[in-house]
Write a protein that binds this ligand. Structure first.
Ligand SMILES: Nc1ncnc2c1ncn2[C@@H]1O[C@H](COP(=O)(O)OP(=O)(O)OP(=O)(O)O)[C@@H](O)[C@H]1O
Ligand SMILES: [Mg+2]
Length: 312
């Protein structure tokens, strides 16, 4: 047993003279939803194809639940559940019969109880006995995930899984992904939609021109509490307020935002202190809001930097 569901080590792909994936490394913990983010053509699909051995690696290795593709190919592959290209189903039979068919063809014996389990995991109980041709795109995709999970893999790998789904479908997808993760499943998911990844992943890596240029946690609240963030103040008397805050050394990185508003870079505790000072000095506080950088802001910030040496 390994600590990681998936380890990608110095993965590299060269096609002709072109370096399509350049020395990419990351590791996904058990029960973690990990995102590969990047613009079109960044190399996400190529990374995933190498992980699932649809194409050869130029360099590097992949270790799945402790089994290396180089040394233990069959065991490693049996730990992967993936949808890379669109899964094909027989449209004129039910979802259940499709899964049953897959199970009959599988190398390893898969019990009926496992079929029932995956149907429940992806929330297809109600429609599993309907013909696949009646399924929406979202339902077909769930059936694909159910099929990928049948052999109980350590990691589920999905390339752009929300492509083509409507907002409702995307939300449902997100929800069952979280359910899967809460059951201990690890997931690698790729997307170029940043806002969506933000809601879906525990951590993400940004891929740009074949390089991994940034890895960070989605939920960095603990860290955020310690580091200063930008807060916008909407209050009755900004001039007086700033002079009061200045007296207490709280006028850090002051920015005038017009409309009687200004912003400061403060830590969480300092915000509470500032609020208290304003109120006790008869200044009306209408709103103090944190200007949280979205992943999109960060993504643009990172990819726009001239110097691309961002710490990983
Ligand atoms: N077989 C190939 N031969 C030559 N170039 C290729 C081949 N496969 C991929 N590429 C190139 O490698 C780069 C990365 O492609 P890839 O499909 O991995 O990107 P992606 O991040 O998945 O993009 P998208 O968001 O559009 O799916 C692209 O520039 C693509 O044109
Ligand atoms: Mg792709």
């Amino acid at each position: 047993m390994s600590q990681y569901a998936l380890e990608v080590r110095s993965l590299t792909k060269r096609i002709g003279k072109k370096l399509i994936v350049d020395d990419v490394s990351f590791a996904i913990e058990k029960g973690e939803v990990f995102g590969l983010l990047g613009p079109n053509g960044a190399g996400k699909t190529t990374i995933i194809r190498m992980i699932v051995s649809l194409i050869n690696r130029t360099k590097g290795n992949v270790v799945i639940n402790g089994y290396s593709l180089d040394d233990d190919f069959t065991s490693a592959m049996s730990e992967i559940g993936a949808i890379v290209e669109n899964p094909e189903f027989y449209k004129y039979i039910s979802g259940y019969k499709n899964l049953r068919h897959y199970v009959n063809m599988a190398k390893r014996k898969i019990p009926e109880s496992r079929i029932q389990e995956v149907i429940k995991l992806v929330g297809l109980e109600q429609s599993i006995h309907q013909k696949v041709k009646t399924y929406s795109l979202g339902m077909r995709q769930r059936l694909g995930v159910a099929q990928a999970l049948l052999h109980n893999p350590s990691i589920l790998i999905l390339d752009e899984p929300t492509n083509g789904l409507d907002p409702q479908g995307i939300r449902e997808f997100r929800e069952y992904l979280r359910t899967l993760a809460s059951e201990g499943m690890s997931v690698l998911v790729s997307s170029h939609l940043l806002s969506e990844m933000q809601l879906m992943c525990d951590r993400f890596a940004i891929i740009e021109k074949g390089k991994l240029i940034h890895i960070s946690k989605m939920n960095e609240t603990e860290e955020a509490e310690k580091t200063a963030q930008e807060f916008i103040f909407d209050i009755s008397d900004p001039v007086k307020a700033v002079s009061i805050l200045k007296e207490h050394g709280l006028d850090k990185e002051f920015k005038d935002l017009n409309d009687q508003k200004f912003s400061l870079a403060l830590q969480r505790e300092e915000v509470a202190k500032a609020n208290e000072l304003l109120v006790t000095n008869q200044i009306k506080v209408y709103e103090i809001s944190s200007k949280k950088a979205t992943l999109e802001d960060r993504f643009l910030e990172i990819t726009n930097k001239e110097n691309k040496e961002v710490p990983v």
